[in-house]
Ligand binder design. Structure first.
Ligand SMILES: O=C(CO)[C@@H](O)[C@H](O)[C@H](O)[C@H](O)COP(=O)(O)O
Ligand SMILES: [Zn+2]
Length: 204
């Protein structure tokens, strides 16, 4: 039991050090604001935000989209967001074309010029996420990448790459990603509320 408590403490210390590094990383913080601004501009123009990732990052992609289309902290109008995560689509495309096409094919079906894709990959190299970013670029969809490694294929493709290194393991990177996802939602809600308020003032 003592050893386990030590293990819990060490894991929390490691997570804290990842968070401290992120707080000190001005470039990454700036990119978070840039990413939110890209999404706000798209949403104001009638666009939508799509998201994708593998494993835990797919859960993060879904978490992000549902808090925009559903609810985050308080009631407000629904925001146009969807994860590219329909299991029937994924099983069909994986079965008939290959797993690397599961997100790109969905994006080809629903992505429109002016939309934004949030592409989440801790390694920065997952083929299906990279292919989704390529499909996005080909049709004028802007790409925000959330990753743990710089200089990776997803960074090369992204309009805004948010890089959050956090040691050897994907789970620590994901823990930072989910924080940034919540923060981006806060920024998006604030940005959209601001524009609604100024429209209401104009019309008053
Ligand atoms: O959640 C975790 C690890 O924390 C795993 O399920 C992890 O998401 C999977 O190994 C993914 O396939 C990793 O893909 P990626 O982040 O490198 O794109
Ligand atoms: Zn949440």
């Amino acid at each position: 039991m003592k050893d386990q408590i030590q293990q819990v403490k060490a894991a929390l210390e490691e997570a804290r050090s990842g968070l401290n590094n992120l707080i000190a990383n001005e470039e990454a913080l700036e990119r978070v604001a840039q990413a939110a601004n890209l999404m706000i501009a798209s949403l104001k123009n009638g666009g939508k935000v799509m998201s994708c990732g593998n494993g835990g990052s797919l859960c993060d992609a879904m978490h992000f989209a549902e808090e925009l289309s559903g609810r985050f902290r308080q009631d407000r109008p629904a925001i146009a967001a969807m994860s590219l995560a329909d299991p029937s689509h994924m099983s069909c495309v994986a079965n008939d074309f290959g797993y690397e096409y599961v997100f790109s094919r969905f994006l080809e079906a629903v992505g429109k010029e002016g939309d934004v894709l949030l592409a989440i990959t801790t390694s920065g190299t997952s083929k299906n996420v990279v292919k989704a970013a390529q499909a996005a670029k080909a049709r004028g969809v802007r790409v925000v990448a959330l990753t743990g490694k710089s200089g990776t294929p997803i960074c090369e493709l992204a309009d805004v790459a948010i890089v959050t290194p956090a040691g050897r393991f994907a789970d620590r990177v994901q823990e930072l990603h989910i924080k940034l996802i919540h923060i981006m939602i806060e920024l998006i809600e604030a940005g959209l509320a601001e524009s609604t308020e100024s429209k209401e003032k104009e019309n008053a």
